[in-house]
Design a protein around this ligand. Structure first.
Ligand code: FE2
Length: 379
């Protein structure tokens, strides 16, 4: 919308304003415009917080006049007799009179689904550089938004160093497991045939509501043979299920699963959330998948239960498919960070002598996305 070519009109009832620019007409409701007024009585100029409630907007609100004025338009609302100025660029950026994307299972903005061929393109940042270089930090955070995970190199291989990673964007999410948790294994040095069990790829703590949406795993020692870390894009798996079995996808997205944990004294966590969570508009929001914390499924109607389990089994097979995973062995001083609402993680089996010591902690994606948005806005 450019000022010189923009024409403004209002309906006879004063309930809708139409801007006619080179790209066609764009409509705005009177109530929407009044609600989003940019004046200092409606929005605090300092913190941009809204200063009114719905009760402050008259129920008989209308637009009595609208006039283009350079790069802005002035809109007068009755019965308040209040005139508010809107920049045309602001209206263009916030226009809602457009085709809405309603494709089921689509990815969030900025996200790219991946499979095993991502291996050469893993977002990686060196901790000292991420601390000192805002551009590198921005790009690394954008990698987490895009792929749901990133690697960190250049850390000190010492206890507590993982908190330095969280400090780049947010705060530790403390749980009943503590501020952090230890993942420490001494591979049986007596029986060299001993093979550590692998774990199926999973999301952590689906029995929490909300789940911790970020996990950081830092490597302090990894001298055992094997023990690679594996990551799987849950969104890519869900989209593959959708392509192969739309009815099954709808069953997993349309019914609550149950997850529970009561493995320590005084703890009885449970949640009732879908395995595949969509926004009301059909966008992928979250994956919850963890066989060890699965609880009896009681929210699926009898006549859909077999469809549900068919889809559950298929999603499990897709998650186990090597074509979906990236695998790497972390060295001491390296870490991974991943979106626990999207990316599933696992440990491959290991064998031989040696030890494996990781430290993990939780945080949340709102800090990742907030820090990223602030860095992008500062460009
Ligand atoms: Fe885990």
């Amino acid at each position: 919308m450019t000022a010189s070519k923009t024409q403004v009109s209002i309906t006879p009832a004063g309930d809708v304003l139409t801007l006619c620019g080179p790209s066609g007409p764009t409509r705005f409701h009177a109530i929407w415009l009044r609600d989003n007024a940019l004046d200092a009585d409606t929005r605090d100029p300092g913190n941009n917080q809204r200063l009114i409630t719905m009760a402050d907007i008259p129920t008989d609100l209308t637009i009595s006049a609208a006039r283009a004025n350079g790069d802005t338009i002035d809109v007068t609302f009755d019965p308040e007799g209040k005139t508010v100025t809107f920049p045309l660029a602001w209206l263009a950026a916030n226009a809602y009179d457009r085709p809405q994307d309603s494709a089921i299972g689509r990815l969030p903005a900025g996200a790219t689904a991946w499979r095993s061929d991502l291996n050469g393109d893993i977002p990686t940042g060196s901790l000292p550089e991420l601390k000192s270089d805002k551009t590198r930090l921005r790009d690394w955070l954008a990698g987490i938004r895009r792929y749901g995970f990133a690697k960190v190199t250049g850390m000190q291989a010492r206890a507590g160093e993982l908190f330095e990673i969280v400090s780049l964007f947010g705060y530790v999410r403390e749980t009943n497991y503590g501020r952090h948790f230890e993942v420490r294994t001494e591979v049986n040095p007596v029986n060299l045939a001993f093979t550590g069990l692998g774990l199926q790829a999973h999301t952590d703590n689906p029995y929490r509501d909300p789940v911790p949406s970020v996990q950081v795993l830092a490597c302090l020692d990894n001298s055992a043979e094997g023990g690679e870390n594996m990551l799987v894009d849950g969104f890519a798996c869900a989209r593959r299920l959708l392509a192969e079995d739309p009815e099954g996808f709808a069953a997993l997205a349309g019914h609550s699963a149950r997850f529970a944990y009561s493995g320590s004294a005084g703890v009885a966590l449970s949640s009732q959330r879908p395995m595949i969570e969509l926004s009301p508009e059909g966008m992928l929001k979250a994956i919850r998948f963890n066989s060890r914390s699965w609880a009896p499924l009681t929210d699926v109607p009898f006549d859909r239960m077999e469809t549900y389990y068919r889809a559950f089994r298929r999603l499990s097979d897709i998650i186990d498919d090597e074509a979906m995973e990236v695998t790497f062995k972390m060295e001491p001083g390296e870490a991974i960070i991943f979106d626990n609402t999207r990316v599933l993680h696992a440990r491959k089996g290991y064998s031989g002598e040696g030890s494996r010591w990781l430290q993990g902690c939780y945080s949340d994606m709102d800090g990742v996305l907030s820090t990223l948005a602030a860095l992008e806005a500062a460009q």
